[in-house]
Design a protein around this ligand. Structure first.
Ligand code: OOG
Ligand code: MG
Length: 271
């Protein structure tokens, strides 16, 4: 058995995957905080976490929701340090999670919203397999756009471990895009500076190299994880490469603007 297959090994019986999926779905729908899943299932593995995430995805697709792509989670050191988890993850993105820029975003339906700035990729060719490279990702990229992800962990106090956060769809909640779409060949994607302003003040800043060395490497990582899960990235996918800086907590009344070198800015307010 390969190291990857071992990592994705499952220990939970189907009935428990179903129970945990119910629990996550209710917490996301009702915006209520729950204890991390490993409290009741201490032996849960990363593979079990993905089994819950994929059951949740299948449920929503069966309800008629549309998937637009995937996100990478915990691909920067700032994010790993902030959350105390050291392995990058993936999460799915649904059309219903999208919010237009320069609009008011409600926090009533979120538990603990936080914002992150990310470079997002839109693909024009499929990507798959265990050996996906930065070059393949760049060749398959139609354009990149700046994005803000509004993450929301459904676990009390934003306290979680790897299997729990993966089951909770890697804290996916909302995302906003804006700014300027650019061709990857026209800019140096590894050295883009970013600044997040909250209520007119700079609250954090960073550079895109923080994301796995190059945001396209984070997308390659997504493809590899998807391969381990028996999935791949179709052409036309929207992929967020992961927060560059640590995430910033927001509350009603806050105005947030993420400014990206070369890609313009993405702004929103919270109500
Ligand atoms: C996990 C999700 C991390 C990112 O961009 O690194 C993530 C979390 O921090 O709750 O979306
Ligand atoms: Mg993120």
């Amino acid at each position: 058995m390969t190291a990857e297959a071992l990592r994705m090994q499952r220990t939970l019986i189907e009935a428990d995957v179903l129970r945990l999926t119910d629990r996550i779905e209710a917490a996301q729908r009702d915006a209520t905080a729950i204890p991390k899943l490993t409290q009741d299932f201490p032996g849960m593995t990363l593979g079990d976490g993905y089994a819950v995430q994929l059951m949740l995805l299948r449920r929503w697709l069966a309800e008629g929701q549309r998937q637009v792509g995937w996100k990478a989670g915990l691909t920067s050191k700032a994010k790993m340090d902030q959350m105390g988890v050291r392995v990058p993850t993936v999460g799915f993105l649904l059309a219903t999670m999208f919010r237009p820029e320069n609009t008011a975003i409600t926090t009533r339906d979120l538990v603990h919203p936080r914002v992150e700035c990310e470079v997002a990729f839109v693909t024009k060719a499929p990507l798959s397999g265990p050996y996906c490279t930065r070059e393949q990702v760049l060749a398959a990229t139609d354009f990149v756009v700046p994005a803000v992800e509004i993450i929301d962990s459904r676990f009390s106090g934003f306290q979680f471990d790897l299997p729990s956060v993966v089951a909770d769809n890697s804290s996916s909640a909302r995302y906003v895009t804006g700014g300027r779409a650019r061709l990857p060949a026209d800019i140096d994607l590894s050295t883009l500076g970013v600044v997040i302003e909250k209520n007119g003040e700079i609250v954090t800043m960073g550079a895109s190299t923080a994301v796995a060395g190059h945001p396209a490497d984070a997308v390659a990582l997504v493809v590899k994880v998807l391969h381990e899960l028996g999935e791949s990235l179709p052409a036309g996918s929207f992929v967020m490469s992961g927060g560059i800086t640590e995430a910033i907590a927001v509350q009603p009344g806050d105005f947030v603007c993420a400014r990206f070198q070369e890609l313009g800015s993405v702004a929103m307010r919270f109500v």
